[in-house]
Design a protein around this ligand. Structure first.
Ligand code: ZN
Length: 306
């Protein structure tokens, strides 16, 4: 089993003091992956920046122009109350998307079967034409479009177990039946978008505040796994947010590492059944540094051996 990891230290250059989506998140993740020895068991690649033409498969030219032009040379600008850009943000965002795209290409070349992208800023809230929810470009959507360029790939599935619904991913793919989007999230919670939206390839899985692993596992088993079975994707893409962890300061769900191990095992099984094992996962949320590091370690360790 060959597993690959994409990251870049410049993803830490996107920075606003006292903001929950902070450079220390990525440092905690990478420190843990190194300390645990996991980085010795896989290829580790430095990400490269994505080009604008690849971003344009997902976002409007106006959005790309806005983000390209919004980076300040000093201090920080806010694109909305939650979403900021600092000096270095544009490179960080293009590295994050570039990591996801390169991971897809490497898996398609057959050099690895699975990949994890330890990057930030996250992407799943970024819609077709707007940055929001800490996200500038939609990394997993760019990965999906990279995959769909390839003649071997006709259908993909994107699954997202972040505590927040992936409104951006839904916005981008809601009219694209070749892309299955499954999103579990805390009900009545940010971003309050697409809540009553559903069609045969967009699966919203709301969970009540306080829900734990049993509720999560039941919902995934009843809703996601049959949807993947009928979609029969050629590649499985994972928006891996870990803010549904019980220790997370933003979310109010109660998942623990064993739940992340369980869902990762289910997804590996689906990828083995339909996608010749091809699975690419990228970091989304997760704001308690210890919990985040532990959850990512569990997720990556499961991907590395499963
Ligand atoms: Zn989140």
């Amino acid at each position: 089993m060959t597993m690959t990891l994409y990251t870049h230290p410049d993803c830490e250059r996107h920075e606003l003091q006292r903001h929950p989506e902070r450079p220390e998140r990525l440092r905690a993740v990478m420190d843990r992956l190194i300390e645990s020895g996991l980085t010795n068991e896989m290829q580790v690649h430095l990400a490269e920046e994505i080009d604008d033409a690849s971003i344009a498969r997902v976002h409007t030219p106006e959005h790309i122009e806005t983000i390209n032009g919004a980076e300040p040379s000093t201090q920080v600008v806010r694109l909305d109350p939650d979403t900021y850009m600092s000096p270095g943000s544009l490179r960080a965002a293009k590295l994050a998307a570039g990591a996801c795209s390169a991971a897809v290409n490497e898996v398609l070349d057959g050099e690895a079967r699975r990949a994890f992208c330890a990057v930030r800023p996250p992407g799943h809230h970024a819609e077709l034409s707007v940055a929001m929810g800490f996200c500038l470009f939609n990394n997993i959507a760019i990965a999906a479009e990279t995959a769909l360029q390839h003649p071997k790939i006709n259908r993909v599935a994107i699954v997202d177990f972040d505590v927040h619904q992936c409104n951006g991913t839904i916005d981008i793919f809601k009219d694209r039946p070749e892309v299955l989007v499954c999103s579990s999230f805390q009900d009545n919670f940010y971003p309050h978008r697409y809540l009553n939206f559903a069609n045969e390839h967009v699966i919203n899985t709301p969970l009540n505040s306080g829900a734990g692993g049993d509720d999560f596992r039941r919902a995934i088993t009843e809703q996601w796994l049959p949807a993947i079975d009928s979609h029969k994707p050629d590649m499985l893409l994972v928006s891996a947010g870990f803010d549904a962890h019980t220790a997370d300061p933003l979310g109010e769900l109660q998942l623990v590492d064993a739940d992340y191990r369980w869902v990762t095992e289910q997804l590996i099984e689906s990828a083995n059944r339909y996608c010749q094992g091809r699975l690419i996962s990228t970091l989304e949320g997760g704001y308690d540094l210890n919990a985040l590091a532990g959850s990512v370690e569990t997720h990556v360790a499961t991907l590395a051996v499963g």
